[in-house]
Ligand binder design. Structure first.
Ligand code: 3EB
Length: 329
């Protein structure tokens, strides 16, 4: 006899339930059933064994941090193809590429390479709608003017983005790590139907940033409402108002501005206000000494939200903190 869940007809129009995102320690030696992806933070993260779904993120945690697990309903299969790993289950696809720019010529070429691999993989998959993407690169603010490494990354990224990204940019984060500077890590979440892109009325859309921010504007949406409309996937959000950075050098004011931007995104996405216990957040903090103040701010405004604090550089030198996360309905 088939289990009851198999007997329920899923309407062809009904979107798949979204993955659950939690921070918790998996049982030693293996990932729990339904795990689509698992992320350990920093050099000390303990791998659950050789599993393509496991990624050691090159950002160091600023406090003891369990892994991040993505869980779906259904069987999960996974594999590797060169620099790429993938997993799929329950209508969801995870794909990650890890590469070193020394093999590609520089940050621009490495980004093109990574995005071409991701695009080609997604283009042949049933799950063609990229909802959310994360990018971690080293020495992100090194280089002057248009030569800043983040700006080179932006140019390479758009060059490598194929048709699967031309439907509209996914929500994204792009953060600087302090590991091997040539290491590039990019991973994404996709599914078999389109989500809804959400922009922030307080901010110029990133792809429309004026020339002063580089030759190639960053290609990301501020958030994606996943197809089941049960969760808003929120991009890296910082103290950007219009297109300008606000409150250079003032952590408290940047946090308050970031919160206004997050509130605006929740409102725009039709989600309830604030972040509750079901809203896993990550804060990327440029100066480790600021970690306590960032945590205090989060605790004051979102006391129940699970929060991971990571040492990460924001793509504009004057920005001290950036926050991303998930807001379940
Ligand atoms: C900003 O608002 C801050 O290049 O993918 C945030 C999220 C930022 C994603 C990206 C950049 C990216 O412009 C920077």
């Amino acid at each position: 006899m088939r289990p009851a869940s198999d007997m329920r007809e899923r309407s062809p129009l009904a979107a798949r339930p979204s993955p659950r995102v939690t921070y918790r320690e998996p049982p030693t030696g293996s990932l729990p059933p339904g795990t689509l992806a698992a992320f350990g933070f920093g050099a000390q993260a303990v791998s659950p064994g050789d599993d393509p779904r496991w990624l050691r993120v090159a950002l160091e945690p600023l406090a003891a941090t369990p892994p991040e697990l993505w869980t779906v309903e259904g069987e999960v299969s996974c594999g590797r193809e060169g620099d790429l790993r993938w997993s799929r289950g329950g209508g969801w696809l995870y794909v990650a590429v890890e590469c070193h720019e020394d093999r590609h010529g520089g940050p621009e070429e490495a980004a093109t390479y990574a995005y071409k691999l991701l695009s080609a993989f997604v283009a042949q998959a049933p799950e063609q709608h990229v909802q959310r993407i994360w990018n971690y690169l080293g020495a992100i603010n090194t280089g002057a003017g248009d030569d800043e490494r983040y700006k080179q990354f932006c140019t390479g990224r758009i060059e490598g983005m194929g048709d699967v990204f031309a439907q509209g940019f996914p929500a994204a984060s792009a953060i600087g790590h302090h590991a091997d500077p040539g290491l590039l890590q990019v991973y994404l979440l996709a599914t078999d139907r389109a989500g809804t892109r959400v922009e922030n009325p307080r901010q110029v859309s990133a792809w429309q940033y004026p020339r002063q921010y580089g030759r190639t504007p960053p290609s990301f949406a501020r958030a994606t409402l996943l197809p089941a409309e049960d969760v808003l996937a929120i991009s890296g959000t910082a103290a950007v108002v219009g297109h300008a950075s606000a409150h250079a050098g003032d952590l408290g004011a940047q946090l308050a501005e970031t919160r206004r931007n997050l509130d605006a995104l929740l409102a725009q996405g039709g989600l309830p206000e604030g972040f509750d216990g079901n809203a896993p957040l990550k804060a990327y903090v440029r100066h480790p000494d600021d970690a306590a103040a960032v945590r205090a701010f989060a605790n004051a405004h979102w006391p129940d939200a699970p929060l991971v604090l990571l040492h990460g550089d924001i793509c504009r030198e004057e920005l001290l903190v950036e926050i991303d996360g998930w807001r379940y309905r």
